[in-house]
Design a protein around this ligand. Structure first.
Ligand SMILES: NC(=O)C1=CN([C@@H]2O[C@H](COP(=O)(O)OP(=O)(O)OC[C@H]3O[C@@H](n4cnc5c(N)ncnc54)[C@H](OP(=O)(O)O)[C@@H]3O)[C@@H](O)[C@H]2O)C=CC1
Ligand SMILES: O=C(O)CCC(=O)C(=O)O
Ligand SMILES: [Mg+2]
Length: 398
């Protein structure tokens, strides 16, 4: 009988062989990639004597059409109750309209880590010479920074009041025709994110954690993130990790915690990828970095992710990419990102066997040059298949 995943008081997930897992299908290409990913996830779970009872929850256009609400309370309550879920992408309007539902889910469940591993899978086409050197894991702060949604629109009474207040109280000169956004970065938010990154590095024998920030310009937000990171190493991880300045870049057998400014990071991840391992960064930097890095290992069609709160045990797994609306309903795009997000979820649940099987079957499919359009356009002699056919080919190779 299907049961809930629970967490014990000492923070360990208890995962039944037949867990109930809520999912959001997603807008746009969600209708294509979710069923394809589900086919493979079910087949891999079944192979190892397990069965997932999927529980659909609504968000986005489907929720609005059925309930008049873009993100029904019931969806949040179900994610809270069942701990672990997975979702397809959700549309966010640009420049106005409702705020991001993706960000709202992260904030409402306090999913403070956005975990995005970036590695190359054998055979995947890449624009760089040595994609095999790319093996990075991004820990992106997921609840604050400019994603907190603290903005006032140009020309509104609120903007006028804020500009006057900042002038009168702080002496700040801001043009009268400005919109204003606030960027909060806290000790709490930064340290819990960096703590999770160092713990991850420790558990998986990773060599370094790089703090990526724009601290030369934004001193008390990005610069403080860097400073709090080094403080945390001294306060909590002195036995296993050491900051660059405290060891002159020679960490011995400890994890090296170092930092790089965000703009040059975007060059160095391309020119010397082997110097980057685990990366801990603020929200906006992490958003940019994850799409840029995905390009090195085959593109956004194969870029998985997870939003996790390691304290409460809540996690929602999701692709790095968005709804790709121009391809919606065409059975065309790569289901790899949401599928590999499912693989991350299996690993998180302790289902390593099923996770490894999917990765092997995915690599075997790509080795046979059976791929979706995004890989086919970069490969010689490939057979381009539909989303659903790609998933079926993976299942055949499980
Ligand atoms: N977590 C979430 O739910 C996210 C939601 N969004 C939202 O998605 C919407 C669209 O955003 P947009 O900026 O266009 O970014 P998208 O990631 O949706 O699409 C950009 C491009 O990426 C490629 N791509 C995306 N998905 C796939 C896939 N599965 N397989 C292969 N290639 C893929 C396509 O490239 P090509 O044209 O080269 O074929 C596509 O045109 C926005 O509303 C945005 O806010 C964005 C990011 C995350
Ligand atoms: O919420 C959105 O629409 C975009 C979010 C995004 O790009 C991301 O989290 O990577
Ligand atoms: Mg993004």
């Amino acid at each position: 009988m299907a049961e809930k995943i629970t967490m014990s008081p000492d923070g360990v997930l208890t995962v039944p062989d037949e867990p109930i897992i809520p999912f959001i299908e997603g807008d746009g290409t969600g209708v294509d990639i979710w069923p394809a990913a589900k086919l493979v996830l079910d087949a891999a779970a079944n192979k190892h004597g397990r069965r997932i009872e999927w529980k659909e929850v609504l968000a986005g256009e489907k929720a609005f059409n059925e309930t008049g609400n873009w993100l029904p309370n019931e969806t949040i309550e179900i994610f809270k109750e069942y701990l672990i879920g997975i979702k397809g992408p959700l549309t966010t309007p640009i420049g106005g309209g409702f705020r991001s539902l993706n960000v709202a889910l992260r904030q409402l469940l306090d999913l403070y880590v956005c975990l995005r591993p970036v590695r190359w899978f054998q055979g995947v086409p890449s624009p760089v010479k040595r994609p095999d050197l790319v093996d990075m894991v991004i820990f992106r702060e997921n609840t604050e920074d400019i994603y907190a949604g603290l903005e006032v629109q140009e020309g509104t009474p609120e903007a006028k009041r804020l500009i006057e207040l900042l002038h009168d109280e702080f002496g700040w000169e801001i043009r009268a025709d400005s919109g204003i956004g606030v960027k909060p970065v806290s000790i709490t938010g930064s340290k819990r994110l960096i703590r999770a990154a160092i713990n991850y590095a420790r558990e998986r024998n990773r060599k370094s954690v790089t703090l990526v920030h724009k601290g030369n310009i934004q001193k008390f937000t990005e610069g403080a993130f860097r400073q709090w990171g080094y403080e945390l190493v001294r306060e909590e991880f002195a036995d296993v990790a050491v900051g660059w300045d405290d060891c002159g870049g020679k960490p011995g057998d400890k994890i090296l915690v170092k930092d790089v400014i965000a703009d040059i990071t975007l060059q160095q991840v391309l020119t010397r990828p082997d110097e980057f391992d685990v990366i801990a960064t603020t929200n906006l930097n992490g958003d940019y970095l994850s799409d840029a890095l995905a390009a090195q290992v085959g593109g956004i069609g194969i870029a998985p992710g997870a939003n996790i709160n390691y304290v409460t045990g809540h996690g929602i797994f999701e692709a790095t990419h968005g709804t790709a609306p121009k391809y919606a309903g065409q059975d065309k795009v790569n289901p790899g990102s949401v599928l590999l997000s499912g693989v991350l979820m299996f690993e998180h649940l302790g289902w390593r066997d099923a996770a490894d099987d999917i990765v092997r079957a995915l690599e075997a499919t790509i080795a046979d040059k059976i791929v979706t359009y995004d890989f086919a356009r970069q490969m010689e002699g490939a057979t381009e298949v539909k989303t659903s056919e790609f998933a079926a080919a993976i299942v055949d190779r499980l």
